[in-house]
Each structure stands twice: as structure tokens, then as C-alpha cells.
Design a binder for this molecule. Sequence first.
Ligand code: NAD
Ligand code: UFG
Length: 337
Amino acid sequence: MRVLVTGGAGYLGSHTLLELMALNYEVCVLDNYSNATPEVLSRVRSLSNGTVTDYTGDVRDDAMLDRVMAEFRPDAVIHFAGLKAVGESAEKPLYYYDVNVGGTLAVVRAMERAGCNRIIFSSSATVYGEPTYLPYDEAHPTTPKSVYGQSKLMAERILTDWTVANGAASAVILRYFNPVGAHISGQIGEDPSDIPNNLMPYIAQVAVGKRDVLTIFGDDYDTPDGTGLRDYIHVVDLARAHVAALGYAVRHTGARPFNIGTGQSYSVRDIVAAFGRACGAEIPVRQAPRRVGDIAAMQADAGRAMRELNWKATHTLDDMTVSTWKWQSGNPDGYTR
Ligand code: NAD
Ligand code: UFG
């Protein structure tokens, strides 16, 4: 099977390439390197000892999409390319809608022109918004609190309407919870270009000495230790969910959302303690007020993905922190873009 991976040089895309190549999928990447470096694909090639066709270009570029479709002739597309910073999305809403909504629309239109009917889409648990109950199942109301979340929900809508009109089309919508961790080799991992927004890469940079102290945002939530609870999922488990989703897309038409999480949640303090075990040193922390826009707790009901995709997360919290530390300590400056 031939799979076009948009955003394949990014954090989630690169790990997914390795899982696909291990199973002999033929892969092709379209990436504009706005948040990645070509070095990622060099490492993927050497780790897999395989071929990655790649195009440098934007998913909003129709001519480029037509060229990739004509030359690579994918059987399916995994659409990772997009923007993901919640704070930035409030400052640059038009940019976020352009890339995340316009980019998805352009990809699907190009697929339709080429007769490619299967897409796996990177959505986010943030489409649910403030929980009315937990764990979230896929029927939970969707009321995203950020422009970023809205852009993901709009893209989901576009894909859903497309499959209603095109009876041969299949859209598997993966709502990721909190992806963390790195490949077991320590050769690829998450490489934020700026100050990390997210907890795990921030802790990793404190542990390696690039930052002084982790700021814990809020200790007065209604949670067991007062800090935020999240459903962290190992990036390799998440990558494998895409392989399972491709199989599902071959067997089914229509659009269907799936939660991609473990069903378990950990607090900020749990993560700090686990990282301390992984790196063998205590992580310095300071307490600060809640971060604006944060919710107290998020947790997936991952039952649908288990039943229908035949997929289940298998990595533990220690797997997440140990692999992150292996990546960060071996590559203190990331890919050095
Ligand atoms: P990432 O930034 O590491 O990867 C995205 C890739 O897309 C990068 O390589 C970037 O260069 C590329 N890209 C961005 N805009 C592009 C464009 N217009 N044309 C072509 N390429 C473009 O991010 P990631 O963490 O790997 O996330 C991948 C997807 O998953 C995103 O759509 C993101 O919104 C979604 N997601 C991520 C998380 C997370 O916590 N990492 C959570 C939920 C959903
Ligand atoms: N946190 C800190 N200090 C930090 C960073 C985070 O205490 O420096 C806390 C947060 O307050 C939260 C938890 O750690 O309680 C996790 O925060 P992250 O920023 O790592 O993750 P979020 O759940 O806030 O956000 C993630 C993605 C978003 C996505 C959202 C919902 O980064 O893109 O999940 O899916 F929208």
C-alpha cells in the first residue's frame, strides 16, 4: 500500500513513517519544513534502511499536490501537516484557519481529483472542550475553547461531509490526547523550535540543563494532588494507531472519529516524579497560578479504538519518560535546525 504522509518530517509523522516502513508500506512525505528539518528524514531512512520519497512543499499548493498525486499515486493519505500551538492560534486565527482548514480542504480536493479515497486525519481531544463528563467518549459534545480546536473541528466537518457525498470515501479521524515520548533508538523525538509549550518537552529541557526550572501551572484544581490531569500517550503507540486506521479505512467507507489515548491519566506531579526516575535527578519546580485556558482533567475512553481499530496503547509512563530522556540527553539541541 502506498501512503502519502503530509507533515511526515514532524514529531508524530516521523514516528509513524517508521511504523509504516517496518510493515513494508511504501511512503512519501510532503512537508514545507515550517516546523521540521530534512535531517529528520535522513534519520528515518537510516533507522529503517528504507526509501522515503519526499517533496518539499505546502499542502495549500494545488499544483504541488497534483504533482505528488500523479507521481506517487497514493492509496491513502495520512494528513499530519498543520499548526498546533493553542496560544499562537488566538493571535493568528486567519493563519491557523488557512493552514489547518484550508490545507485539509486542498488535500481532499486533490485526492478527489486523483481518485484517492482514504484519509487518516490528525485531530485532537481539544475538540471536546470543557468536559461535561469524563472519560470523554466520541459522543461527548464538541465545544472547543481555542481557535486551534475550532480549526480541527472544522476540518473534521469537511471530511465528514465529503464522505457523505462520496460513497467510496473513507475518513478516519484520530483525536489524539497528549502524545509524548520518543523512538526507542533515541534518534528521533520532539524538537520544539522555541520555548516548549507542553509539559514533557519542557521537563526534558530542564533535565538536560537548557532551562532552570519547570513552572507548574496551578495546584488548586479539583484533582487528587491539585495539578492538571492528562491522558499521556506514547508516540509509538500513537504511530501504530495510524497503521490500524489504514486497515480500517480499507474495510470501511464513511467518516468515524476515534479517541487515541490510554484511558489513564497522570498529574503534572506524577510526570515530574517519573521523569526524575528516568534521568536520575530531581526536576526543580516552582509553583505558579493556573495557565489561562487550561482545564483540570482530560481522559480518553479509548474503547472504540480498541474494538473497531483493534488497537491498544501498550507503553507505560516509564516508557514515555525514559524514551524522552534518551532522545533529549542524546540530542540536547534537538536536530539543531
Ligand atoms: P509538528 O509541527 O512536529 O509536525 C507538523 C509537520 O507539518 C511539520 O513537519 C511541519 O513542517 C509540517 N507543516 C506545517 N504546515 C505545513 C504546510 N502548510 N504544508 C506542509 N507541511 C506543513 O506537529 P506534530 O506534533 O507532529 O503534530 C502533527 C499533527 O497532529 C498536527 O496536525 C497537530 O495539530 C496534530 N496534533 C498534535 C498533537 C500534539 O500534541 N503533538 C496533539 C493533537 C493533535
Ligand atoms: N503544564 C505545566 N507547566 C508547563 C507546561 C504544562 O504545569 O510548563 C501543565 C498544564 O497546565 C497541564 C499539563 O501540564 O495541566 C499538560 O499541559 P500540556 O501543555 O503538555 O498539554 P495540554 O493538555 O494543555 O495541551 C495538549 C496539546 C494541545 C491540545 C491539548 C488538548 O498541546 O495542542 O492537549 O488535546 F490542544
